[in-house]
Design a protein around this ligand. Sequence first.
Ligand SMILES: *Cc1c(COP(=O)(O)O)cnc(C)c1O
Length: 405
Amino acid sequence: MIRKEIKTFNKKMFEKLIIPFYSPSSIIPIYGKGSRVFDRLGKDYIDFSSGIGVTALGHCNFLIQKSLVLQSKKLWHISNLFVNEPAINLAQRLNSTTSFSSRVFFSNSGAEANEAAFKLARYYSNKVYGFHKNKIVSFLNSFHGRTFFTVCVGGQFKYSDGFGPKPSEIFHIPYNDIKAIKSVVDDSTCAVVVEPIQGEGGVIPAKMDFMQKLRNICNKHDVLLIVDEIQTGMGRTGKLYCYEHYNIEPDIITLAKALGSGFPIGATLVNEKISKVVEIGIHGSTYGGNPLSCAIAETSLKIINSEKFLLNVRKKNKIFVKELLKINRRINIFNEIRGKGLLLGIDLKNKYKNEINKIILSSAKEGVLILKAGKNVIRLLPPLNIKNKDIKEGMFRFYKALKNI
Ligand SMILES: *Cc1c(COP(=O)(O)O)cnc(C)c1O
């Protein structure tokens, strides 16, 4: 029965059955283990993408699987009319990972975590200062999710145009531009939202000075600083959260992607002054904080949040960079390698910029999965626990793919 389904399944069926928001690869992965996925013919692909930064502990991680099975025998779902133990345990553990957050809201995705953050910011400012303090400031090229509010806050208009009237009082300014913040952020601003590294937008890290000045300017006008850690959090950059590299304290951070190691969950962590103004019923989610997702997320947080694990992420960054430089000495097609930890961006030399889709296809053919960011940056988001021999093998396949371009 299963055999037959697999045999007849192909991309044509996708085209007939699924609303075409995506145009997927013709590779059809059917199982994964560690840093590799396998297609129907048993061909293996080294996964330098982790979904899109989701399966940070590799595919079918044994400890994650164990906590999923264990919780699945106890309780999958209960409404938010009840508390549940896994949600309380995860909240406690998450709050202990930051110096600023005292409470958390659970949802099911990154967009929902940001949606809650933006609604909370507006609600807080409205309550404490009145309706006039409602401006949300965001950065050009940023990405914050695909619900209508989050896509309008995001700084890529190709994602928000075409859906009718947008929510108002959202302002977009250039990233890493302190002057722009100074000229736009004022007493009528309620929040600034920032990715410490723009992931989707091209793997562009925020500058130290920029983040610190941003915090100062926000303090001056009691503006909430929301740091979107959905892609950069959970150890991705070699610290548990990327904002820790900047010696600043946010008011809100949002998490998703790697939080559930592949099981959907989002979280919005806020400081006490924000939680204080909240009233029962102003926000909610049916699935948010369900026991299954929270049990799994607690296990993944436990694994990632250890000094040894994070140190290894930083060490693996060095191996990746070294291997990439080695490739570039041979074929000289990279302009710049940037990012932190295992969020890496490869900016190609001008004459190869248009070849990026070909490079992705050719890499898959050689058996390595890579991603694009922005228009023409190669983005690598390998599992954080990828074995050194898989890095080397993946890099060799990547090199072969590049050589064919
Ligand atoms: C992926 C991502 C989101 C959206 O997360 P979803 O789970 O797809 O809703 C938001 N912000 C950043 C920085 C992301 O990388």
